[in-house]
Each structure stands twice: as C-alpha cells, then as structure tokens.
Write a protein that binds this ligand. Structure first.
Ligand code: GDP
Ligand code: MG
Length: 282
C-alpha cells in the first residue's frame, strides 16, 4: 500500500531495523518527537511497542496507532436549525480563517441553514473585501462596516439583523493580528462578551483554526486562545500540504473539520480513525 508523510517514515523505520534493541527505541522516540508527537506520547508509544514486540511492519504501525487512540477526538458541529447560532472563527494571521468561513458558508448553506457572514477582521487591510468576495461567490449575506471599525459592533449588527431576518447561523471572521497579543485578546474578549449576552450558550461555538503545516507552534496558539477565550473545537487547515498534524495530539481540544485545499468543497468532517491511520501509516 502507498504510504506518505510521517506514516511512510514510520513504516520505513521499522523495515530497516533488524532488532528491537535499545537503539531502536531511542531512535523511535527521537523520530516521534521530531514528528511533533511530543515527548510524552513518544515515550508511551515506545513503551507499548517494547512490551508487544511487533514482528511485522503492520503490527508495529497498529501498535503506534493504538496508543494514539485516546489522544484526540472529533466533534460534530451541527447548529440548531430553530434558533440563532454563532460560530466565532479564531486564529492567528494566515492560518486560513477567512477561507474556512467561505467553505463553512458553502457547507452549511447546502444543508439548508440560512447563513450570514460577519466581517469581524476590521484590522487587516483588504480583509473585508476578501470576505465580501467569498460572500458573493457562495451566495451568502454579509454584515460589514468600514475597515478600522469596532469588530464588536459588527457582530452586534450581524446578530440583530439575523434575528430580524430569521437567519440561523452567523459565521464571524476575526482579526488574527493586532498591535500586540494583549490587544488582540482584549478585542476578542469584548466580541465574546457581546455574543454571550445575546446567544444561548449551546448555540455559540468558539472555533480555533490551526495550520497543519505549523507543528509545535500550534500548541502555543491553542493554549493562548484557550486561556483567554476558551475554545470549543478546532479546524485543521492545509492538511493537503506537508502535514505536521502530529502536534494536534498534544492539544486536547476536539477537532471538527479538516481543510484539504483552497476550493470551497475542500473541507471534510474530522474522521479520527482515518486521521490516526494516516498519521501512523497504516
Ligand atoms: N492548501 C491549502 N491552502 C489553504 C487552506 N486553507 C486556507 N488556505 C490558504 O491559506 C492562505 C491564508 O488564508 P486566509 O483564509 O486568508 O487566512 P486568515 O488570515 O486566517 O484569514 C490563503 O492563500 C488560502 O488560500 C487549505 O485547507 N489548504
Ligand atoms: Mg482573514
């Protein structure tokens, strides 16, 4: 079977070794750490494999996958069709927030939700125009203000108009960069408060977008946003490129979707089993 990425490396690693000696396990741990699995997971895998002593490549890869089974989970994001839902899309600059919003607009419109986009990245030049273009292409309503305006006011407007028109899902874009980190987090906390005051808790989801090619740094991004805002679900983008998705095993927030390209249909519901099989090269 054709294997690629980290899974292929794992399979090759086993194939080249003759004996499961100390060096095998040292090198295995190093390789897993380099692959962004984290030291703790690397150790757990190494101990598990050492105990079970695999005889074939398939046995080895299966044992790696077994250990990862409880390190990650999926979450299905299904908005309540009878009420107004708000999905706040968060993440640092360039991870793919705006593109993901366009994909989600297309995905949920097809499921007959009445979707509204809220142009909450009022900071980056061109961000509103970019979302506006996606709104036109996906045939979705957009609520926007001038560049530089208060993102809290934009979301407030989006909520008011969605209630008035009977829409049931708002997808909120946000800025990924401000003058500094504290500034950005304060701004996001303000937006969060405005949404919380008007939307039922179970209908409001804070979704963090992470770039699959980033690796270790996504862990600090997740910790930062989780600490300041609280994150309900992750979306992993750019999974079609060189993936360092192993980092996801160390975050502990459930994954909702995976982005696999730049087109609107390039989004899939997270499939844990498939994800782990690819990661372990099975
Ligand atoms: N290959 C690939 N590129 C993506 C994906 N998602 C977003 N991008 C690209 O990443 C870049 C940044 O995306 P953008 O949505 O503007 O990021 P934002 O700054 O977080 O809003 C753009 O060139 C997108 O086309 C994905 O799933 N796969
Ligand atoms: Mg953007």
């Amino acid at each position: 079977m054709f294997k690629f990425g980290f899974g292929a490396k794992l399979a090759q690693f086993f194939g080249f070794r003759k004996t499961l000696d100390d060096k095998f396990f040292d090198d295995l741990e190093d390789m897993l750490i380099e692959g962004d699995f984290g030291a703790k997971n690397a150790m757990l895998i190494s101990e598990h494999v050492n105990k079970l002593k695999p005889k074939t490549e398939d046995e080895f890869l299966k044992q790696v996958k077994e250990i990862l089974d409880d390190k990650i989970s999926g979450i299905l994001l299904e908005p309540n069709p009878n009420e107004l839902n708000v999905y706040l899309i968060l993440g640092v600059n360039g991870v793919g927030k705006t593109t993901t919003i366009a994909k989600l607009a297309s995905y949920y419109s097809k499921k007959n939700y009445k979707v509204v986009l809220s142009a909450g990245d009022t900071f980056r030049a061109g961000a509103i125009e970019q979302l506006d273009l996606h709104a036109k292409r996906t045939n979705t309503r957009i609520v926007k203000q001038e560049s530089g305006s208060d993102p809290g006011a934009v979301v407030y407007d989006a909520i008011s108009s969605a209630f008035a028109k009977g829409d049931n899902l708002i997808l909120c874009d946000t800025a990924g960069r401000m003058h500094n980190k504290e500034n950005l987090m304060k701004e996001l906390q303000k937006t969060d408060k405005i949404i919380k005051n008007r939307i039922k808790e179970q209908n409001y989801k804070k979704i963090l977008v992470l770039d699959a090619t980033t690796g270790q740094n996504s862990i600090s991004q997740a910790n930062l946003f989780n600490q300041f805002i609280g994150i309900d679900a992750l979306i992993l983008t750019k999974y079609d490129s060189m993936s360092k998705a192993g980092a996801l095993l160390q975050i502990g927030i459930p994954v909702a979707f995976i982005g696999t390209g730049e087109k609107y249909e390039d989004i899939q519901i997270f499939d844990k089993d498939k994800f782990l099989s690819t990661l372990a090269g099975i």
